[in-house]
Write a protein that binds this ligand. Structure first.
Ligand code: SF4
Length: 231
């Protein structure tokens, strides 16, 4: 596989330039759905804010699940996992995925690889399937689809991809859907929107929803905060 040339973006934190294409973390698809302006404040303006309690709990829970998983896990390459899962169900955590083409990258919380399909799971603090959470898990599905492309000949039967959201720390999968053509086209459009924000072809738009601003960790530093009464 040809080596990707990669360097940090000179002005926007967390963005890498890979083979000339801006590449952003898939978690931004979630932030974009909440409020694009928060990405601008954090990554363009460089405003640093303490993580929220939810974020701290989430990080700890990730680490705990990762430790539990490692106790029984057998190390394997990605190719070996694809091969094994042709005949048996396997599970992996924190699987790195990358699409240089679409300019996205991230880690899948958990993936079940079965002889029939791949199920991509993103853990969330609550049990409501927000559009922004669905965008994020669809982003992982797209990056995973791109990641397996070079292994197409070794995949066996064609396996579909299912996206799923699970309540953190539980087995409660509260939303799932096939990653079909419609979902794929929709998420590609959204990724293009974020790419346009990064290249400043379009402007970061602040939310008009005061409820979101009330819970936003940037509310004290934000000059575009929506006021009560404004919807
Ligand atoms: S305070 Fe409101 S407008 Fe500002 S970044 Fe947060 S959610 Fe967006």
């Amino acid at each position: 596989m040809p080596k990707t040339r990669s360097k940090p973006h000179p002005d926007i934190s967390q963005v890498m330039i890979m083979d000339g294409q801006n590449n952003f973390p898939i978690s931004w698809l979630n932030k974009q759905g909440y409020c694009e302006y928060s990405i601008y404040l954090e990554n363009v303006k460089g405003i640093q804010i303490q993580p929220t309690l939810d974020m701290v709990i989430g990080t700890k829970e990730h680490a705990r699940l990762e430790e539990d998983f490692k106790k029984d896990a057998e190390p394997a390459t990605f190719e070996e996992m694809l091969e094994t899962s042709k005949t048996a169900e396997i599970l992996s955590r924190e699987l790195p995925v990358l699409s240089v083409h679409y300019g996205i990258r991230g880690y899948i919380d958990e993936i079940w690889m079965t002889p029939d399909e791949f199920i991509i799971i993103d853990d969330k603090p609550g049990s409501r399937a927000f559009a922004s959470s669905i965008h994020q898990v669809y982003g992982y599905c797209l990056a995973f689809k791109e990641t397996i492309k070079p292994f197409k000949n070794k995949m066996g039967v064609k396996r579909g991809i299912t996206a799923a959201l699970r309540q953190r720390g539980t087995d409660n999968i509260f939303w799932s859907a096939y990653f079909d053509n419609k979902a794929e086209l929709g998420i590609i459009n959204l990724i293009n929107r974020v790419q346009n924000l990064i290249s400043r072809k379009e402007e970061f738009v602040p939310t008009q929803n005061p409820r979101k601003c009330r819970s936003c960790r940037f509310k004290r530093k934000c000059d575009k905060k929506a006021l009560p009464g404004q919807v």
